[in-house]
Every structure is written in C-alpha cells, then in structure tokens.
Write a protein that binds this ligand. Structure first.
Ligand code: SF4
Ligand code: FE2
Length: 627
C-alpha cells in the first residue's frame, strides 16, 4: 500500500495542461498568474463599495470612508456579507431538497428511501406518525421544514439537538437563529450603508447567520437528502482522475445538489442506456463526480470521485469527457469556453447557476427522470465526436471506503465495544477510545481548494500527521476528496496511524479518515459533536475536537466556520477571511468570540504550525478534563 503524492497529482495535471495548450485552452493556473499579485485592499478587507458615494479604501492617509465608517466597520460589514452569502447558499440548497421531498411520491421521480429516518425526525418535531402514509408524512414534514425558512416567531427546530449547555449559550449571547431567511436578510440589512459599523454587533450576527446555516438550512439539506436518497453506510469506491474510463462514455456530475446526480446515476445504470452507449462504439457508461455532488453519490452509491474543486478543468482536459453536468455552486464559468476546445458538452441544469457556453437543460423534480435520460442520451451520442488524439486519462486512482454518516459511525464503532464498553448504539465506544487515550481526539477537516495553498497538499499533510498522532479525522467536501485521492480513505492507511488509532481501525474495520459527506454534511459533524457531548456529560467546547479548513475559498466556508465556532469548536484556517485589515475584527474572531461561545478561530498559513497548534489544542482540552 502506498499513498499517491501531491507531486504525482501535479505531474498528471502538468501532462493534462499540455493537452490544454495544444487546443488553446485557458486554465486556472494561467489565470492565477494574471491575477497576481492580488489587490491588497481587497485582500485585507478594507475596500468598501456598499454605497455609491464610494468605493472607499482605507489607507493611513484616508482612515475613514466618506460616511465616516472606520476600517473596523468596513471589514466587519464585509465579513458579515460574506457570511450571509454562504448561509444563503447552503440553506437554499437545503430548501431545494425540502421541495424535492414535498414532491416525492410512490410512483414519482423521487421516493422516500429511508422512511425510518423520516419518522425519527417527525417524532423529534412532535409530528404524529402513527397510521400515516409515508408520503403524507413526507409532505407534511417538507412543509414544516420549508416554514423554518420564513417562520415569523421562534428559533430553528434543529437547535434542540444541541446539548442544553450549548442552547443556553446561544440564548444568552442572542445568537440562537430565527427563521433562516430572516438571518440572511438581517445580515444584509445590518451591513447596508448606514446601519451597523460596530464590530461586536457585526460579528455576533455573523455567528447567528452561520448557525442558521449549520443548525438550519444545511441540516435540512443533509437530513432530508438522507430521507430521500438513503442514509449513507460504508461503501467502497475509488478516487482520482483514473476512475474515468477511456473506453466508456464518461459523464461527470459536478456541483452540490444530489437531486440531479441521483437521477443521472439511475439512468446511466439502465440497461437500455448502456445498450445505447454501445451502439456508438463505447463499452459502457462511467459516471464519476467532482466536488460535493460527487461526495453525495459516492456516499450513497459508491460512484467514483474523479476529483475535487481545482480538478474540475482536468476532467475536461482528459479529452474523454462526453458531458459535464452541473447543478449549483463551485462550478467554474471557465468550463464553458474550455468545453468548446473539446467535444465535451457542458450542461447546466439549474436556473440558479446559468453560464455562457453551456447547454441549459432545466431540471426540476417533475421532469427529473425525463431530463436525466435525455442528458445521458446526449452524452452517449457525443462519444463519436471524441478526438482520440487528445484523449489522455492519468492512470491514477486509489481505493476508498466512504459513507460514514453519524448513524454509520455509531454502528461500526459498536464493533469495538465488546472489548471496551457494553453499551451499543451510542457514541460511548468512541468516547471510551478517547478517554482511554487510544484515540487522542478528532479533527473535522473540511473545505475547498484554493490556489493560494498548494492544492491538496495542506489537506493531505495535515491528515497524515494527525492520524500518526492517533487523532481520527472526519472529513467532508473537497478535503474528503483530497484524502480519498491520496489513499487516506483506504482501510490500508491504518498503517500510517499511531498504534492506538491503528488498533481502532482494525477492530472497527474503518479507514483512519472517515468520509462524512458533502459541505452541507458538516451538519453531521455538529450532530456527532452534540451526541458526544450528551453521552459524555461534557460541554462541546470541552471535547478534544477541533475543526480545520486549510484550503478553503468560498463564502459558504466562512458561514461554516462561524457555526462550527459558535457551536463551541475551535476552528483552524489556512487562508485569511479578508479581515487582516482590522485589528479589532481579527481580534474578535481569534479571541473575543471565545468569551461568547467558548471557541474561536486560529488563522495560520504555515502548515506545520497549523497542525502542531491543533494537536496542542487537543492535548490542552484533554488535560483540562483530566484525561
Ligand atoms: Fe464609502 Fe461609507 Fe459608502 Fe462604504 S458605505 S462606500 S465607506 S461612503
Ligand atoms: Fe461543497
């Protein structure tokens, strides 16, 4: 067993970029050069253009904007707007899922695959389930969930899942999120010209908007996706560009919403479609994924993961991609012009993500089956248009076992109970491993890639060092895909662990880096932390658990960071969220918020220092509770 190194990833990319050069393709690598150095005002967050008297840029000579706002107000408002963008995006994805649930039907495109989970949630929400048709229940629950977005009174229903101590903190600090849309709107209102310019108020609302995402919209996305498409269980798959198959029609699904990709997978598997592909000279159909849509179908169907965020252009550069089908979020507009250099069809499907040089095939629950079928057909028909001279798929892939929902983690860890504790179906076995020191703690590794950080290098190096130190890693999003591509989700990777974690991996038959899903699934991590706290009687902030996003790039990531911190989990970032221009905002985020929510951010660009500070924090937390 051998990990694939980032050097190898980069050699493969270099070879693909040669193909790109032949056909005159642009690439993010070239665009980064054109954009460097970045605007310093933007980078430090001191540029304001929220009213038309500006834009104003803060310098020593011009310390205030025309309205008199100082640098702290400007940076704070920018930070809040950034958060609102992320919270809106995740939550709207969650809303789409609720709508899909509302349209689910026995004989429809979408069915309820996990009725037990639906009933469990219904009980949690006080909804009667006895004698109710499962689809009636689905529609009732979907409507209730949709009301969470705009309800005039009260807080998010999901907050009740948090330990009482956490709920009390949210209440005390005035950050318990109300309706999801309200928190987004309030954020935009507060950061409008002439509203808040006080850093404390802006950062407090940033936490609240983040919580509306993590304990609101994202949780709806995760939980109801499970209800519709099944709660993930461990499943074997493969990762990296080598999962594409030169002899097959290759369809890439990219984006975030599983409603699209689930349907594409369904039809690509249909014998009629496979025969259709063969009629064009292909041997079959390979669906593989990029970004979170990939995580969704990998977790539920074992669909292979072609790559993560900064590999999205690479899949087209293979010359073997018949169609790249996208839904929403993290999709490079560059894919349009790039596809034109090849035979690839770039298919957009959501009114929310429309791009030039794409074919738009609108996708919604009512026509999902029909449209998925026509997309698969289109890809098959496109096989004959391949330029064989341009085809090169890097021979590079790793095995991965994915699908560790909270339910699955609890189940696999029951495997280690016999020797350790006798209570099954809880997180107690995991707690026992942590208290005894067999596992020192856990790190939630999340987030994207960012050209500011050598792609995937930070993710992989951090994970290697953590598992070597007996710290289990739970991963989601593009961080999870980095791990899978490297081989860290292969069960054999246990050999890279310290003795304690290795033993747990053997007993539970798990890899040391657990794939928990997509970015909305960071809500799973919140549920896991909440359950660990309840089962141990500790506060979340006392658990030897931290969060880390070493290569993050999107507004969504800032929203996530805010809810992870606001949940009491220290969060380590490798990229600065445009706040370095304000000492007050930077100090609040890395320090001040600890007084409110018992956790804060650490921003550290040096990877070695970043991992050491996480390990130190975990050890400090252990020492503080005497384990
Ligand atoms: Fe300038 Fe104030 Fe307008 Fe911002 S809100 S652009 S600082 S005048
Ligand atoms: Fe994502």
């Amino acid at each position: 067993f051998k990990l694939t190194s980032v050097d190898e990833f980069e050699a493969a990319t270099a070879r693909l970029l040669e193909t790109g050069a032949k056909v005159g393709a642009d690439s993010w690598q070239m665009r980064v050069k054109n954009q460097s150095p970045h605007c310093k005002f933007g980078e430090t967050g001191v540029c304001c253009r929220i009213c038309a008297m500006g834009p104003c840029r803060i310098t020593p000579k011009a310390p205030k904007g025309i309205c008199g706002c100082d640098v702290h107000g400007i940076v704070g408002r920018n930070y809040l707007k950034f958060t609102a963008g992320g919270a809106a995006t995740h939550s709207d994805h969650g809303r789409e899922i609720c709508h899909t649930l509302y349209l689910s039907a026995e004989d429809g495109n979408y069915k309820v695959k996990d009725p037990e989970k639906l009933k469990r949630i219904a009980k949690e929400w006080g909804v009667e389930t006895e004698g109710k048709d499962i689809y009636d229940l689905a529609h009732e629950m979907a409507e209730l969930a949709l009301l969470e977005y705009g309800k005039p009174f009260g807080n998010q229903r999901w907050l009740k899942r948090a330990p009482q101590t956490t709920q009390d903190i949210w209440e005390r600090e005035g950050i318990a999120p109300r309706a999801i849309d309200r928190e987004v709107s309030t954020s935009l209102h507060m950061s409008h010209m002439g509203c808040s310019s006080k850093p404390e108020a802006l950062i407090r609302q940033s936490l609240r908007a983040g919580l509306a995402d993590g304990w609101g919209g994202s949780m709806c996305g995760t939980e109801f996706s499970d209800v519709l498409f099944g709660t993930p269980k461990p499943v074997d798959t493969e990762a990296n560009l080598g999962v594409m198959n030169a002899e097959n029609v290759n369809i890439i699904v990219h984006g975030h919403d599983p409603s699209l990709s689930e349907m594409i997978c369904e039809y690509a598997d249909d014998p009629e479609m496979i025969a259709y592909a063969k009629s064009f000279g292909a041997k079959g159909i390979t669906v593989s994924g990029v970004c979170c849509t990939s995580n969704e179908v990998a977790m539920r169907r074992g669909i292979p993961m072609a790559g993560n965020f900064l590999q999205q252009e690479n899949v087209v550069l293979t010359g073997a991609c018949e169609a790249i089908v996208v839904d929403v979020q993290c999709i490079f507009p560059a894919l349009g012009p790039l596809s034109k250099c090849f035979h690839t069809k770039f298919i957009t499907t959501s009114p929310i993500a429309q791009m030039p040089d794409s074919e738009f095939i609108e996708f919604h629950a009512e026509n999902a089956g029909e449209n998925a079928k026509s997309i698969v057909k289109l890809a098959c028909e496109n096989f004959v248009n391949r330029n064989k001279d341009l085809v090169y798929i890097p021979d590079m892939k790793q095995k991965a076992t994915v699908g560790y929902s909270v339910e699955a983690i609890v189940k696999v860890l029951d495997g280690v109970t016999n020797s350790q504790v006798d209570e099954t179906g809880t997180t107690k076995p995991l707690l026992e491993c942590i208290t005894s020191g067999v596992i020192r703690g856990a790190v939630a590794m999340v987030g994207c890639n960012n050209p500011k950080i050598r792609p995937d290098h930070a993710h992989i190096e951090l994970m290697k060092k953590l598992i070597a130190n007996d710290i289990v890693v739970i991963a989601s999003g593009c961080a999870a895909q980095a791990a899978a591509k490297a081989g860290l989700m292969d069960k054999q990777a246990k050999d890279l662990c310290g003795a304690g974690l290795k033993r747990v991996c053997e007993l539970a038959d798990i890899p040391p880096v657990l794939h928990m899903g997509s970015c909305v699934d960071i809500s799973r991590m919140m549920i896991l932390a909440a359950t660990l706290a309840k089962d141990s009687g500790l506060k979340i902030s006392q658990l030897p658990v931290v969060g880390c996003a070493p290569e993050w790039m999107s507004e969504k990531a800032v929203s996530i960071g805010n809810y992870v911190v606001a949940t009491g989990i220290d969060t380590f970032l490798g990229v600065d969220p445009y706040v370095s221009g304000s000492s007050e905002v930077a100090d609040l985020l890395t320090n001040g918020v600890r007084e409110w929510v018992e956790a804060a951010y650490t921003v550290e660009k040096d990877i070695d220092k970043l991992v050491d500070s996480m390990i130190d924090r975990i050890e400090e937390k252990r020492a503080a509770i005497g384990i």
